[in-house]
Each structure stands twice: as structure tokens, then as C-alpha cells.
Design a protein around this ligand. Structure first.
Ligand SMILES: *Cc1c(COP(=O)(O)O)cnc(C)c1O
Length: 364
């Protein structure tokens, strides 16, 4: 039986090992936090996102917190976001003292529904925080228009979507700031935690730069209350090696997605719906199946050695830390029906075939 893990980072290491001599150079340099590799990576990632600058930080979560702080979002402010995301999205808003206000998602793309966003705008709304879920850009032009009309800031949560785009516009270029995560399982992952804020606003760049270093512009002269949230040289060196492979890896993810689409399209399930003009980078390949069969299908695949994921089984507005009593029908339905299949660049043709075969057999 061919085993198919949800992700195989040990396999990826084997292909990268010959290029990782750079790690010894970092060790030999004696400089381990915020050095040359971080500075180079900041520019390389900014270029990829069509932004002027990047600021390397300790995690994707901190990138969100620091971007909101830099925009002056805090006590009494409301930030509109999606109820269907990872904890960090809402946690960052609450962490800076603001209130996450959830707007429901589109039932097909699982991303924020701009009409719902509009209905959620109040006097206290300061920003909109869209998530590009599973690697597909949110409906950014509609969100951009709303933000423009109401004078709101946009912070993109691009943790799952590095390299995604709408037409010629890259994810990261729509917002006042955008946040990336280099958590190991992300499309561009480090060997530990890491994140980045990208922006074309030099004021935001400068603020995040100071905030990530305890609010110090000069040593022992803290100007504002900041954090200790910096990116390590070792992580930046690894990320720079991996960045050279990102385009090919993304193409491979898209090829696997096309193979799944073609092989599963006739089954009574919904394969991922891609927005017109969107370039999806398939951090996840997520099916929507019948409510009653999700767990059975998951078990059926597990019995065949195929791992799957559920992102996310519980909506944010239903978790104790963020509970607000609201009802978000599309997000709640999605939480009960989504199932993500393995999709990663190192997957073999045989493994893709095994997944297809496993899913088809369940419905036959
Ligand atoms: C991973 C992730 C984050 C947080 O990133 P960390 O680096 O784990 O802190 C935030 N938002 C989304 C949507 C994510 O998937």
C-alpha cells in the first residue's frame, strides 16, 4: 500500500540538503538575529509581493499584531474579518485591544463575502482583515473599494497565499500591509517559526521595524511599547534557499490540483471553486462533501494510508476566546463539510493516483 502523508517535509529536506551549506556560513558569521540574510530575504519577498519593503518578524501571528499596531488599531476599534480562518487571525485583532467583527464567507470560495463586510461596517470600524484562505486570494477589488469608500485600512492575512495573485496584482499589494507566515507547513516554510510584514508604505515599514525591536530606534531609548519579534539569520538563510524553488513548487501544487479536479469532478462533491482571474497557490486542496459523510470519507482514506486535514472544524466566532453570539451560516456549514486532500510538491504521481482512487472508491 502506498502511504500518503498530508505533508512530507523530511522528503523535501532530502532534495534541499545539498544547498544547505549556507547554514554553516551563518554559524561561522557569528551574527544570528537580523543580519544580511534577513535583509536580503526582506527585499526578495517584497519584490515577489510587488511591495516596496518587507520586515522580518518572529511569526505570522506577530506579523498581524505588528501590522495592526503600526496602523494604530487598538482599544475601541473594530476590525472586520472572516470567521473561517486559523485562530491567529482573530487573536491578533484581540491582542491589540480591538474587537474582531466577523462577516460571513462566500459559500464557494470560503473567503470573505464583500457584501457581508459592507453590512458589518460601523462608526468604530478601523480596518478590514481579509484572509486568502487555502491559497486563493480573497475578493480584493471589492474589498478594496469598500475600504476606499469608508476610509478603512486593509491588512491582508496572506499566511497561506504567498505567490497568489488576481490578474497582474500580487497578494500583498492590495493592503496597506500584508502578513506572511513561514511556519514549516506553509508554502514557503522555515525550519521553525518566522513571518514577515510587507508594505509599500515607508511609515508602516518604519513603525514595524521599531516595534519588532522593543520599540527601540536607538539602544535603551524605547520610544513606544514594542515586542521582541525578529527573524533569525538561520531561518532567513533556509527561506532564501527555498524561495528559489517556490515557483516550481507552486506549479507542481497547481498540477496536482488540476489532476484532482479532472479525476473527481463527476463525483457528488464540490472541488475548489476558483475565482475568475485568480491564481490559486493551493496551500490546501479542499473538497466540500456531504455533512454526514465527511468523517466517514476521512476514515475510509485513513484506512488506505491517506492522511487528510480539516481546516477548520470550529469557526472563530464559536471558540471561547472570540465568541460573540453571531450566526455565520456559510462558515458554520463549511466547518462541517470541508476536507483537505494531501497536496505538496514532493508528492509522486503514484501518491496522487492513490488519493484519487481512494476518494472514488468511497463513492462507488
Ligand atoms: C499560519 C497562519 C497564521 C499564523 O502564522 P504563524 O506563523 O503560525 O504565527 C495566520 N493566519 C493564517 C490564515 C494562517 O494559516
Amino acid at each position: 500500500m502506498i502511504k500518503v502523508p498530508y505533508l512530507d517535509l523530511a522528503q523535501q529536506y532530502k532534495t534541499l540538503a545539498p544547498e544547505l551549506g549556507v547554514l554553516h556560513d551563518v554559524m561561522a558569521s557569528g551574527r544570528y538575529i537580523l543580519g544580511e540574510n534577513v535583509a536580503e530575504l526582506e527585499q526578495e519577498i517584497a519584490d515577489l509581493c510587488h511591495c516596496a519593503c518587507g520586515v522580518g518578524v518572529a511569526s505570522g501571528t506577530d506579523a498581524l499584531v505588528l501590522a495592526l499596531m503600526a496602523l494604530g488599531v487598538g482599544d475601541g476599534d473594530e476590525v472586520i474579518t472572516t470567521p473561517f480562518s486559523y485562530v491567529a487571525t482573530a487573536a491578533a485583532i484581540l491582542r491589540v485591544g480591538a474587537k474582531p467583527v466577523f462577516a460571513d464567507i462566500d459559500a464557494e470560495t470560503y473567503n470573505l463575502d464583500p457584501e457581508r463586510v459592507e453590512l458589518a461596517i460601523t462608526e468604530r470600524t478601523k480596518a478590514i482583515l481579509p484572509v486568502h484562505l487555502y491559497g486563493q486570494p480573497a475578493d480584493m477589488w471589492a474589498i478594496w473599494e469598500l475600504a476606499h469608500e469608508h476610509g478603512l485600512a486593509i491588512v491582508e492575512d496572506a499566511a497561506q497565499a504567498i505567490g497568489a495573485s488576481i490578474g497582474t496584482e500580487q497578494v500583498g499589494e492590495f493592503g496597506h500591509a500584508a502578513c506572511l507566515s513561514f511556519y514549516p507547513t506553509k508554502n514557503l516554510g522555515a525550519a521553525g517559526d518566522g513571518g514577515m510584514v510587507v508594505t509599500s508604505d515607508s511609515g508602516i515599514r518604519d513603525k514595524v521595524d521599531v516595534l519588532r525591536c522593543q520599540g527601540e530606534r536607538e539602544r535603551y531609548k524605547a520610544e513606544v511599547l514594542g515586542l521582541n519579534s525578529r527573524l533569525d539569520e538561520i531561518q532567513a538563510a533556509i527561506l532564501r534557499v527555498k524561495l528559489d524553488h517556490l515557483w516550481a513548487w507552486t506549479q507542481r501544487r497547481r498540477d496536482i490540483a488540476r489532476a484532482y479536479d479532472a479525476a473527481l469532478g463527476d463525483l457528488p462533491i464540490m472541488t475548489p471553486a476558483v475565482m475568475d482571474d485568480a491564481f490559486h497557490v493551493y496551500h490546501c486542496y479542499t473538497l466540500r462533501v456531504g455533512r454526514s459523510e465527511r468523517d466517514e470519507l476521512r476514515q475510509h482514506l485513513a484506512d488506505r494510508g491517506i492522511d487528510t486535514g480539516v481546516y477548520y472544524p470550529v469557526c472563530l466566532h464559536q471558540q471561547p476566546a472570540f465568541w460573540d453570539g453571531s450566526v455565520q451560516p456559510n462558515a458554520e456549514a463549511a466547518a462541517k463539510r470541508v476536507l483537505s486532500l494531501p497536496i505538496y510538491p514532493e508528492m509522486s504521481v503514484e501518491q496522487v493516483g492513490a488519493v484519487v482512487d481512494g476518494v472514488r472508491r468511497f463513492y462507488e
